[in-house]
Design a binder for this molecule. Structure first.
Ligand code: SF4
Ligand code: SF4
Length: 112
């Protein structure tokens, strides 16, 4: 994940969109600060109300796939994706072109 964030940072701030600027800011934090920030943002993630989200993912504490990447071993079958109307995605203006992060990979990974 951190490598992906640094790839974004190489684009330069003048061409970064809101999501990329957020990733840049996240990559500039210390490890401890980043963990705390990710913990805070996970509270905004609405994956738990998505039909695709399952008990395995819940028990594993998997969330925030748009940033952290696909589900490790819990989610394989897409039923629906709630990412486009997610408040976090709307706030940072992403989720229109790429979705289903739990299966397809993070926003950054899908943009490559
Ligand atoms: S965009 Fe999707 S994965 Fe990201 S926080 Fe929102 S619901 Fe969770
Ligand atoms: S990433 Fe999208 S498809 Fe996957 S659980 Fe979250 S809202 Fe549902």
């Amino acid at each position: 994940m951190i490598i992906d964030l640094f790839v974004v940072s190489q684009k330069g701030s003048e061409v970064m969109d809101d999501f990329e600027e957020f990733c840049q800011a996240l990559s500039d934090l210390s490890n401890e600060e980043r963990i705390e920030e990710l913990k805070r943002i996970k509270e905004e993630c609405i994956c738990p109300i998505c039909p695709t989200y399952n008990i395995c993912a819940k028990e594993a504490g998997e969330l925030l796939f748009c940033i952290l990447g696909k589900s490790k071993e819990c989610i394989n079958d897409r039923i629906e994706c709630m990412c486009t109307p997610c408040p976090f995605a709307r706030r940072l203006n992403f989720g229109a072109n790429y979705t289903t992060y739990c299966i397809r990979g993070s926003e950054i990974e899908q943009r490559k």
